[in-house]
Design a protein around this ligand. Structure first.
Ligand code: GLN
Length: 487
């Protein structure tokens, strides 16, 4: 049995742990062994600390033995995107700038997972500072898609998606600013959830674009996503944009909500650029919901075409501000041979940041500069409001929206050398961040060449319970989650 432990969902493992059929040490050993066997090829991890993970697992087993088990996550190894702080572990953002940085504190999500008994497992690769859609922008290495090692896993949370698909973790955390949880989840054939902006604390997340960033889970099943969200969601005084919302028990809510729902199909999400195999898989998912008695309604989100443009103004503006703290003085990379203070700033940043990060800092500084602020940044903020309004208008008629997550399945490493081609990977995910909505991706089929395809479901603000229930209705009637890559 233990050979298969690494592919079991949290809910099933929790039952095995509760029944004392396995221990957390055994489970963690299985995940460690799997990682050691495969990660030389998948390259999902930036680092991991086997001894530390096993010590956490032993502590979990001790709690369980003394009747102090803390719930479904007790003893479950969870991997972290390398932008989420865990005390004493590296925190690199896959950047030379932070290559030697070790976190002195825990992110709020980390504290919450520790309080839930989870084992904090390794550090997962990403596009540098979460800027990208393929993990090719990592300063360290490119993560590979477990379904086809010549393809990208998506990004920026490519390590978090690939590790899960390869059985190198039981669940992982990522962050999503314009699609970085949902798009890699789609490309790697796992579930990825971006919560409503403000539901999960950003304290201890390395900031990229603060008005868009949100932490969320990657899991094998929707029930597992409900378990993870329940652990990490909730108000936090250390994040000024954290929302005071009642956190339902997402897991029990799943079994209570049965539909039928009114589901909207935004016509702008099915136009040019959508791969025919992706379109066909998503159409089949829509047909499934219709057959379940859901009302399927075409809706329009007319501002969709402006999403990518608005995002690359707002996200770059915020990143140029957020990344100004990496100056070679306080922490991070410091240039060796600087002549004076200004030279130290210039050289440290020139050496520490990669090409895509520099491109965005320059773009963001430009759109914020006096004379251009009104023409670009201010105007983008206004269009952002219209984009949100589009969604809220649609929600007068429907409960949620069904769309493709990404326009194509995973593409070959090196295939998108043009930054603009890369930016278009997020056309269906970016609007959700601009509007602050919850969205998830779940597997809905495979291409002829065996690559996973993702269905995106977009929900209403703070209605994650409903969103998860809609997703689970599909998941329960399909078998995609039991397929695994042959590695
Ligand atoms: N791919 C998008 C970008 O490059 C989104 C990244 C993200 O969500 N962190 O900015």
């Amino acid at each position: 049995m233990s050979a298969e432990l690494h592919y079991k969902p949290i809910a099933e493992l929790a039952a095995l742990l509760d029944a004392k059929k396995i221990s957390s040490v055994e489970l963690t050993q299985a995940v460690v062994a799997r990682t050691k066997a495969l990660d030389g090829r998948v390259k999902a991890f930036n680092s991991y600390d086997e001894a530390d993970a096993l010590a956490q697992a032993a502590a979990s087993d001790a709690r369980r033995a003394s009747g102090q088990a803390r719930g479904a996550l007790e003893g479950i190894p969870v991997g972290f995107k390398d932008v989420i702080a865990v005390t004493g572990q590296p925190l690199t953002a896959s950047s030379r700038m932070l290559a030697n940085f070790v976190s002195p504190y825990d992110a709020t999500v980390t504290t919450r997972l520790k309080n839930a008994g989870a084992v904090c497992w390794g550090r997962l690769n990403l596009d540098e500072f979460a800027m990208g859609s393929s993990t090719e922008n990592s300063a360290f290495h490119t993560t590979r898609n477990p379904w086809d090692l010549t393809c990208v896993p998506g990004g920026s949370s490519g390590g978090s998606a690939a590790a899960l698909a390869a059985g190198e973790a039981i669940a992982t955390l990522g962050s999503d600013t314009g699609g970085s949880i949902r798009q890699p989840a789609a490309l790697c054939g796992v579930v990825g959830l971006k919560p409503t902006y403000g539901l999960v604390s950003r304290y201890g997340l390395i900031a990229f674009a603060s008005s868009l960033d949100q932490i969320g889970p990657f899991t094998r099943t929707i029930e597992d996503a409900a378990i993870m969200l329940g652990a990490i969601a909730g108000h936090d005084g250390r994040d000024s944009t954290s929302f005071r919302a009642d956190i339902p028990d997402y897991r029990t809510e799943l079994t209570k909500r049965k539909g039928p729902w009114r589901l909207g199909i935004p016509k702008e999400y099915f136009g040019a650029g959508l791969d025919p195999e992706v379109a066909a898989a998503v159409e089949q998912a829509i047909a499934f919901y219709r057959a379940q008695g859901c009302e399927i309604k075409e809706v329009s989100l007319p501002q969709t075409e402006h999403g990518v443009g608005v995002y690359y103004i707002i996200a770059t503006a915020e990143c140029s501000s957020n990344l100004s703290r990496y100056d070679g003085i306080r922490y991070g990379h410091r240039a060796k041979e600087a002549k004076d203070l200004l030279d130290l700033y210039f050289q440290s940043r020139a050496e520490g940041f990669g090409a895509e990060v520099k491109r965005r800092i320059i773009l963001g500084t430009y759109v914020l500069s006096s004379g251009y602020y009104d023409a670009y940044y201010l105007r983008a903020q206004k269009v952002r409001t219209l984009i949100r309004q589009d969604f809220l208008n649609a929600y007068r008629e429907v409960d949620a929206l069904l769309t493709p997550t990404a326009p194509t399945p995973a593409f070959k490493i090196g295939a998108k050398a043009d930054p603009l081609a890369m930016y278009l990977c997020d056309i269906y995910t970016i609007g959700v961040n601009l509007a602050g909505l919850p969205g998830l991706s779940l597997p809905c089929g495979f291409s002829r060449s065996g690559l996973p395809i993702g269905l995106q479901i977009i929900g209403q603000p703070f209605k994650e319970a409903e969103l998860l229930a809609i997703a689970r209705t599909y998941e329960q009637a399909h078998d995609w989650k039991n397929r695994h890559p042959s590695l």
